[in-house]
Design a binder for this molecule. Structure first.
Ligand SMILES: Cc1cc2nc3c(=O)[nH]c(=O)nc-3n(C[C@H](O)[C@H](O)[C@H](O)COP(=O)(O)OP(=O)(O)OC[C@H]3O[C@@H](n4cnc5c(N)ncnc54)[C@H](O)[C@@H]3O)c2cc1C
Length: 378
């Protein structure tokens, strides 16, 4: 049976300078309130994204030809880890930098690459993921949004849902049915859809905290050129599922509640409270273990290996960790008295949003199924 081989990660010599650069940039942007620092990779601030682009901290591993900086996967890891640990508002560019541009570089035609990738590296173009539809979440192969050939282009009709950041995005990469009458995984393709194309409309979904992070997106006779096709017609399923492993491997899968952990450390610091000390110690040890596992995945990616199974394990364990923190803090702190206002605010915010941590990027049940298959158990 395959096991999870963690390894000593050989951090690049440039890591300390990169960490300092990111910390200075976050400080320059001002200290956001503690609630904004929690779950920070969903908080969009286009000005901050542009600032990162100017500083050469987006598109770090991509070719210079497309505005990238040809740095290593581990250098990129250092930057995103620092951003998340600080709770920087990275939501605007997150999806484009993490998966859309790498996908365009791997599969896109010259027109798509030239139009979008340099703008993403500058922090000026943002992207969203069009997989889910009403009735197609875990059962992704049931997507019904369809594009039919029309002259030398496409006409698109249908609807996507839960589309994070559609309202700040410039384009969507969508999984759609391009072969009429096809079923399940066959006949699906990926299309790159400019969000300002006539016939595309975005309707907000407001979550229970009152925030606007995701949306419904409707397509009504949207005309797209032939060049909107990403990769190979009919291979959309294979392409989209490969993209999911990029989505599941990063430190954003265990650092979402870090702002609360930091508030807990601040709160517990001066007290003589063995229960709080034990909680802080346990959470720190778990964070360190997850970091080692997550960085091991990045090191394997850097060597050109495909650690898809390990990445899925990190997502599952990491989501359980970031989901548990608010509940453990709630149980350990007497919010009836003397609690810190920041600790209370972050804890109550995360108690509301953390149930979604194990839904986004694939639900816990689906993830466990993938792990079981990878281990040869089903
Ligand atoms: C914060 C957030 C952001 C998101 N952003 C995006 C986005 O940007 N783009 C996008 O396309 N989607 C996005 N999603 C959608 C997300 O990918 C789906 O919610 C997820 O895939 C689950 O699909 P569903 O909601 O239709 O639930 P369902 O598939 O209906 O699942 C309901 C429940 O049944 C369980 N279940 C379903 N099938 C099985 C099975 N075969 N075996 C065992 N249990 C099963 C699930 O685990 C779940 O607990 C986002 C979701 C969240 C919460």
């Amino acid at each position: 049976m395959q096991t999870f081989a963690t390894e000593v990660v050989d951090w690049p010599d440039t890591a300390p300078a990169l960490r300092e650069q990111v910390r200075a940039l976050v400080a320059e942007h001002g200290e956001p309130d503690p609630v904004r620092r929690a779950n920070s990779w969903t908080k969009a601030d286009p000005a901050f994204s542009r600032r990162l682009g100017e500083a050469g901290l987006l598109g770090m591993t991509w070719p210079k030809e497309y505005g990238g900086h040809e740095r290593s996967q581990l250098e990129r890891y250092v930057v995103i880890e620092e951003l998340l640990a600080a709770g920087a508002p990275v939501g605007a560019h997150w999806i484009a930098d993490r998966q859309s541009a790498p996908l365009l570089l791997r599969l896109g035609n010259d027109e798509l690459k030239e139009r979008w990738v340099p703008a993403i590296a500058r922090g000026e173009a943002f992207a969203c993921i069009g997989l889910s539809e009403p009735g197609s979440g875990s059962d992704l192969a049931s997507v019904r949004t369809a594009a039919r050939r029309d002259g030398d282009g496409w006409v698109l009709n249908g609807q996507k849902v839960w589309t994070t950041g559609a309202h700040v995005s410039h384009f969507m990469i969508a999984l759609v049915r391009t072969e009429a009458g096809s079923e399940r995984q066959a006949g699906l393709s990926q299309l790159v859809i400019p969000m300002d194309a006539p016939g595309v409309s975005v309707k907000p979904i407001i979550d229970l905290t009152g925030a606007h992070e995701f949306n419904e997106v409707f397509f009504e006779d949207v005309r797209l050129p032939d060049s909107a096709l990403l990769g190979v017609e009919g291979e959309g399923w294979k392409q989209a599922t490969a993209e999911l492993s990029l989505e599941r491997s990063g430190p954003e899968r265990y650092l979402s509640s870090m702002a609360l952990f930091l508030e807990l450390v601040r709160y517990a610091g001066p007290q003589d409270n063995p229960a709080l000390e034990e909680l802080v110690g346990r959470l720190a040890a778990e964070a360190w273990t997850l970091r080692l596992m997550s960085a091991s995945v990045a090191a394997k990616l850097a060597r050109g290996e495909d650690p898809a199974l390990e990445a899925t394990m990190v997502k599952d364990l990491g989501n359980s960790y970031e989901q548990a923190i608010p509940q453990l803090v709630q149980a350990a702190v007497d919010f009836g008295h003397n609690e810190s206002a920041a600790l209370r605010a972050v804890c109550f915010y995360l108690l509301q949003v953390s149930p979604s941590f194990s839904l986004r990027g694939g639900t816990r049940e689906i993830i466990k199924g993938i792990i079981a298959r990878g281990l040869g158990l089903r």
